[in-house]
Design a binder for this molecule. Structure first.
Ligand SMILES: [Zn+2]
Ligand SMILES: [Zn+2]
Length: 316
């Protein structure tokens, strides 16, 4: 019974929605609620959200303004722009949101050192100069150097592409692996982005030789908090650790100020989602949800999500 309130469609769940201030039950939309029935208080707002998206400011396909337009057309009420290691797209996104009547949360996604896909999302961060913007600048330097290491690595593997082409395709501040993957596809070295990662960009050899310096996850959380933001552990399944290790990570980060876990993510199985929700409950954390939308050219199988989530704690 402990997790009855977590399961979309359960009896408890429907009670929560009945009491929520603005439940919208449009067909085909995923209903989610991050807290247990006991924590649901009258008057809490449930909003239609996607809290994890990328723009051209990092490795996404669409400019911040285009992304906001897509989110508006998708029927979202709150969009968080969470580019990798940069706040560069946030003001444009907020302005576009103001013009269209869409609430845009200033977000970020920081990559942590301990595991390959240990990422921390920040929400409501300030873009004024701070430890966060300094960290972004340091990580940008690391990434800028990394692109030379990546191109050297690919050349050694017999791949004949130019860095200039990758930079032109990226168009923004951040050059990431998806940009290299697209150029590999374009020149016929691989048939898909996935294959580019499997054969070149996500191999053990690649990580050993190309990896860039990253902060500890604890530093990511603390830096986001110091910039006035809330921190959520991104896509926990991608970290690739067993449940015991994941719980250790959550417990440690919760002790450092972590606010939430990204429980709702397109690739989470129902079992994973339930487990993450139970973890969130156990450590007094909220639940966030996001698609990790990068645009169909970058991630063909991922579209913007439209989850109904309690957002009071994020928007206060
Ligand atoms: Zn991520
Ligand atoms: Zn992401």
């Amino acid at each position: 019974m402990a997790d009855a309130g977590f399961i979309a469609g359960s009896a408890d769940w429907k009670i929560i929605l009945k009491d929520a201030c603005a439940p919208r039950l449009a067909k085909g939309r995923k209903l989610c609620y991050g807290r247990s029935a006991n924590n649901a208080e009258k008057g809490k707002c449930i909003m239609i959200v996607d809290l994890h998206t990328h723009s051209t400011a990092s490795d996404g396909q669409y400019t911040p303004s285009e992304l906001v337009r897509l989110a508006k057309d998708r029927g979202l009420e709150v969009l968080a722009l969470t580019d990798h290691d940069t706040v560069g797209g946030l003001e444009e996104a907020v302005q576009a949101g103001d013009a269209l009547g869409l609430r845009v949360l200033r977000g970020i996604e920081l990559s942590a050192r301990e595991y390959r896909s240990l990422h921390v999302l920040g929400y409501g961060v300030s873009t004024a100069p701070s430890a966060l913007t300094r960290l972004c600048a340091e990580m940008k330097d690391g990434r800028d150097q990394r692109k030379y290491r990546i191109i050297d690595f690919l050349h050694e593997k017999g791949v004949d592409i130019s860095l200039a082409e990758v930079e032109e395709l990226a168009g923004g501040d951040v050059i990431g692996r998806p940009h290299f993957a697209q150029v590999l596809v374009r020149h016929g070295y691989v048939s898909s982005n996935r294959e580019a990662f499997d054969r070149y960009l996500d191999t053990r050899d690649f990580h050993r030789r190309v990896e860039r310096p990253k902060p500890l996850a604890q530093v990511c959380v603390e830096t986001i908090r110091a910039a006035g933001g809330k921190a959520s552990l991104a896509h926990p399944y991608q970290i690739g650790v067993d449940t015991g290790t994941l719980e250790d990570i959550v417990r440690n980060l919760a002790g450092c100020g972590l606010d939430a876990i990204e429980c709702f993510y397109p690739k989470h199985t129902p079992e994973q989602q339930s487990f993450y929700l139970r973890l969130a409950e156990k450590y007094g954390l909220h639940a966030t949800g996001g698609s990790d939308f990068h645009g169909e050219r970058v991630k063909p199988d991922v579209r913007l999500a439209a989850w109904e989530l309690e957002t009071d704690w994020l928007l206060e």
